[in-house]
Write a protein that binds this ligand. Structure first.
Ligand code: FEO
Length: 402
């Protein structure tokens, strides 16, 4: 059975949800599922904006047919060629052989690489080009490296609808609710959105800033992303989040404590610090076991908080591997502007603190507090002073930060 929603007078959502996929990009857990959004414009010409992942192609085709009724498909605008949106291009060509494809030059190259369009010709567009489909005239705005090089967004000048590709996307299935004002986004969706942004697009903050500048010149009334809810109200809320994330500014003053503990002693020290911080009035404290929490969630939380404590055992004279993996994800995603405090542990030669410090020194605009706690196997009563000093230093740093 088809499942479609009307977005605007002439625009329909014809996407589909995938609640079966365990790992997005075969790396990020998505227990909340994901939607692949695709949109159709019914004007003098009919226009499809992007397709969907192959896993939901059947539902998508049924939806498209239901909206087109007895009309054919005249155009397909491809904003992004990653297969979660472009895998059904070939199937569309088979069903609507006269369809004309509009995309950037780079997108054309990628489509051929993936084998989506064989030898077919396309209409290549570049920054600022426009195209009229009848009443609706759209403008193409390139968005390179948000988060692939071929990406563009398409702005409908007639009604202010922006087809934003992956920008403003989130994990999570829609479950019948298409618009941001049909859900409690700040309560139920923001964690999905942050985890999506930080892990998928996080590395490209500079490019997101460039897109936000371009978007600022358009009179955008509705944002139609390729994943998650469509935004038709309170756009400022999400734009502000994007601005903050892409500038790598923390959302909240607070402390994220991430510990790597083999036998519970480093965990005990991490909890000791957490309790001290809370007693000193810093209640926005979260504690994670690096071995139990998927790095995708750790990254998302690291983008959120201003301060991060790394408490880590020394393992084979190195940083404990899951902690190193977390640090490497952080670096790969270009995370910046955080303040760190370090707790190291080791039974004969603790040096994870020194190694983590060196790692953080190799990243942009990271501050490491001078106070450090160095443990031998477990925290003893006579080590409460260094821990108290570390807690005081964190509190002072939070209170003096912007
Ligand atoms: Fe949702 Fe970059 O694909």
């Amino acid at each position: 059975m088809y499942c479609v929603r009307k977005v605007d007078k002439d625009i329909y959502w014809v996407g589909a949800n995938d609640n079966r996929l365990a790992l997005f990009e075969n790396i990020h857990p998505i227990p909340e599922g994901i939607s692949y959004n695709s949109y159709v414009l019914l004007d003098e010409k009919t226009v499809l904006f992007d397709t969907v992942d192959w896993a939901v192609c059947g539902q998508f085709l049924e939806n498209l047919e239901a909206v087109l009724k007895d009309r054919t498909l005249d155009y397909m605008v491809i904003n992004h060629v990653e297969p979660d949106h472009a895998a059904c291009i070939e199937e569309i060509i088979l069903r609507y052989p006269e369809v004309k494809i509009i995309c950037t030059k780079k997108a054309f190259v990628f489509m051929k690489q993936f084998g989506f369009i064989a030898d077919r010709k396309v209409e290549e567009v570049k920054e600022g080009d426009t195209k009229s489909f009848g009443k609706h005239k759209v403008m193409f705005v390139t968005a390179p490296m948000v988060h692939w090089p071929e990406v563009m967004v398409t702005y409908d000048t007639t009604n202010g609808v922006l087809f934003s590709a992956d920008a403003f996307g989130t994990f999570g299935i829609l479950g019948g609710k298409l618009f941001n004002d049909e859900v409690d986004f700040d309560r139920d969706w923001i964690e999905y959105a942050r985890r999506y942004y930080t892990n998928i697009v996080g590395k490209y903050g500079f490019n997101v800033q460039a897109l936000l500048k371009k978007a600022g010149k358009l009179d955008i009334k509705t944002i139609c992303p390729l994943h998650g809810p469509v935004w038709r109200s309170n756009l400022g809320y999400f734009l502000e989040k994007y601005d903050k994330w892409s500038r790598y500014e923390p959302e909240e003053k607070g402390v994220m404590i991430v510990y790597a503990s083999m036998y519970g002693n480093t965990e005990s020290a991490a909890n000791n610090l957490a309790a001290r911080l809370v007693e000193k009035g810093i209640k926005n404290v979260v504690v994670y076991d690096v071995s139990k929490t998927h790095v995708s969630y750790l990254i998302s939380e690291t983008f959120k908080y201003s301060h991060v404590v790394l408490a880590c055992v020394t393992y084979n004279m190195k940083i404990y591997p899951p902690m190193l993996d977390y640090l490497e994800h952080m670096k790969a995603l270009n995370l910046q502007k955080r303040t760190f405090a370090l707790i190291e542990n080791g039974s004969w030669a603790p040096q994870s603190g020194k190694l983590m410090h060196e790692f953080l020194d190799g990243m942009k605009e990271m501050t490491v507090l001078d106070e450090k706690v160095s443990l031998r196997s477990s925290m003893k009563k006579d080590e409460t002073n260094p821990m108290e000093e570390l807690a005081d230093s964190i509190v002072q740093s939070i209170n003096s930060s912007k």
